[in-house]
Design a protein around this ligand. Structure first.
Ligand code: BG6
Length: 493
């Protein structure tokens, strides 16, 4: 695809995400020859930096940039594209400064007036910035295109997400707005689509007739680290489920799109979100479990409990673990239970989707073994990205003993394949005007519609418990009870 000459403006330029993810992503695109001939990055925030000082901070002193060994001048060459402009993002007058600076950069760097504005600020500034960009005519596409990338969280509740969406739409058109969800940039997340729609052997079985249940886990071994202040106002449901995990659910369950383009995929995802069975008060009580990690000792190391983390209210009821069971009310998935869970300070870092196929109707082989040989397909999102298929085989020798074996494909077996970081892939897509892996406004709202009643119930009903769980475990015991039949969750190590 063609990549036009352009300028990337990053709001929140002195922030953590810029240093850790955004600049490294552009740097990798630069190294791999994916940037257009004329390109510039303009960092924008309130702090006063000269261009040189900013380059030092985000390029030369940035531990997340790795120059190639055989190309020592790489950092210098990249740094030449990086500029900085200090403005007060709340002050509309300052946007004239920004507009002028962009014009000068266009002349100096021979870029066209194609601009991406990346909002990597606190979310309370998203609508202010977009409004001010509009006032300064930085949204008009008479000369060059204009795109706005909006970081998560997209809203805090259903109401605030709707409000934010409307505010953005006052200055930018839907096709100019790119709502980023970095899970969609993960190679293995995209691969769920290829596995389903690029093969003949999976899709015919991808429905209620053959699938018994679907499990999705996103576990992290770390706690909230230095993000206690942010996290305490968010919690696992908002931080992971409303966005990343529901996006994943939609890719695993949506109908085949008519074409592999943004509109067709977004339409299918929206249909899917609208088919999520709304959770009733009883469902929320019985099928949604939340927990908080407790002060624990693992080996000879002591880990603080969530309520002792800095920035966290000592009486906080914010969940660091959430698990839920729900249904999708459509032709394909009627009555198939879905189980989704995520948490911090779990035994390991792993994200995976587990498809459990139904056992055979007629048992020819020993009953005891049949349960073990039930077919399971696992999409391992991270780490050890890959796909695992479990199926039964005869054990050599007398009789018909069945044993479960694994067919295990690992991505790193594709020796020369470079697996780009999620941000790298997503930024390049936006640079090329491809919104397929971004979230459309209506489906973000639809995902909020599903999650919002849980947040309301948790807020309004003090009797709904927050269970404590020891660090290094798979969350509260009550979450295990969600999966019936005694099978429990697949707890990968
Ligand atoms: C972020 C959340 O969006 O995703 C973090 O805010 C979480 O709390 C992270 O740790 C997980 O992303 P990944 O790519 O490490 O699975």
């Amino acid at each position: 695809k063609k990549t036009d000459n352009q300028i990337l403006t990053i709001f929140g330029a002195s922030g953590d995400l810029t240093e850790r993810k955004l600049i490294p992503a552009v740097f990798n695109l630069f190294k791999r020859g994916f940037l257009p001939e004329n390109y510039a990055i303009l960092g924008v925030s309130r702090t006063d930096f000269s261009d040189e000082e900013y380059r030092k901070k985000v390029v030369f002193d940035n531990p997340h940039l790795k120059a190639s060994k055989d190309n020592p001048g790489e950092l210098e060459n990249f740094a030449k594209m990086v500029f900085y402009q200090s403005i007060d993002t709340k002050a509309v007058v300052d946007y004239q400064l920004l507009a002028n600076r962009l014009k000068t950069l266009c002349n100096d760097c021979h870029t066209d007036q194609n601009y991406i504005f990346y909002l990597s600020t606190p979310p309370s500034l998203y609508s202010v910035i977009s409004k001010n960009l509009g006032e300064a005519q930085l949204n008009t596409e008479e000369k060059g295109w204009k795109r706005l990338i909006v970081e998560k969280p997209f809203g805090y509740t259903l109401e605030s997400a709707k409000e934010l969406n409307n505010q953005l739409l006052e200055s930018f058109k839907e096709d100019q707005i790119y709502r980023i969800d970095h899970y969609l940039g993960k190679e293995t997340v995209q691969n769920t689509l290829v596995a389903r729609f690029g093969n003949t052997i999976f899709e015919p079985l991808w429905n209620r007739i053959y699938i018994e249940k679907v499990e999705i886990t996103a576990a992290e071994s770390v706690g909230v680290e230095k993000r206690g202040g942010y996290y305490d106002g968010s919690g696992a449901l908002r931080d992971m489920i409303q966005n990343h995990l529901l996006q994943l659910v939609s890719l695993v369950t949506m109908e085949p799109p008519a074409r592999m383009d943004a509109e067709s995929i977004h339409n299918e995802k929206l249909k899917l979100f609208r088919s999520l069975r709304p959770l009733t008060q009883d469902d929320i009580r019985d099928n949604v479990i939340r927990g908080q990690y407790l002060n624990s000792t693992i080996g000879d190391k002591q880990y603080p409990g969530y309520r002792e983390e800095s920035g966290v209210d000592p009486e906080s009821r914010t969940e660091t673990f959430a698990a839920l069971k729900f249904y999708i009310d459509n032709w394909r998935w009627a009555d198939v239970p879905f189980f989704v869970r995520t948490g911090k300070r779990l035994p390991t870092r792993v994200s995976e989707v587990v498809i459990h196929f139904k056992p055979n109707h007629h048992h020819l082989f020993s009953q005891r073994r049949i349960a073990n040989s039930q077919n399971v397909l696992v999409f391992r999102i991270q780490p050890n990205e890959g796909i695992l298929l479990k199926f039964g085989l005869k054990v050599p020798g007398n009789g018909f003993k069945v044993e479960t074996v694994n067919m295990d494909f690992q991505y790193d077996g594709l020796t020369d394949a470079y697996v780009p970081e999620a941000y790298e892939r997503l930024l390049l897509d936006c640079m090329q005007g491809d919104a397929t892996l971004y979230a459309r406004g209506d489906s973000v709202i639809a995902a909020w519609e599903f999650v919002d009643p849980i947040l309301k119930a948790w807020k309004d009903d003090p009797d709904l418990p927050v269970y404590g769980y020891p660090s290094g475990t798979w969350g509260p015991e009550q979450a295990n009870a969600l999966i019936e039949n005694g099978h429990g969750w697949r707890n990968p190590c």
